[in-house]
Ligand binder design. Structure first.
Ligand SMILES: [Zn+2]
Length: 117
């Protein structure tokens, strides 16, 4: 399960396609404690795991609604992204071979509960 307020680099293929980049940065917060300050995002069901949220005016990906106790928010779209530094890389098994990082953070093969690689 996603840890409250944990921020991750996500290398999964769904994020790559939804974000249009090799990696997405999400932070996970309790759904009940989160609200959009201006307008409501559009959504589409990208998988059985939840809905992708995006701005209906400009298309910016803003989040991932698990329809559960936590919601994922794309960190770069927050007012204070510097406060949500990623703590690990997840779904590294899907990382593009040409994408390199050497930030020293843990690299998890799959989701947050998987083994490090
Ligand atoms: Zn992902």
């Amino acid at each position: 399960m996603y840890e409250e307020k944990a921020s991750n680099y996500c290398h999964c293929r769904l994020c790559q396609k939804a974000i249009g980049a090799p990696v997405a940065v999400f932070t996970w917060v309790p759904t009940e404690n989160f609200k959009f300050s201006k307008g409501q995002p559009k959504r589409y069901a990208s998988s059985d795991k939840g809905d992708r949220l995006f701005c209906g005016d400009c298309g910016t990906p803003v989040g991932f609604d698990t329809k559960g106790p936590v919601i994922g928010v794309t960190v770069p779209t927050l007012d204070n992204p510097e406060c949500f530094a990623p703590q690990q890389h997840i779904f590294v098994s899907s990382r593009q071979p040409w994408f390199k990082d050497n930030d020293g953070l843990p690299h998890l093969k799959e989701g947050p509960d998987s083994d490090s690689i």
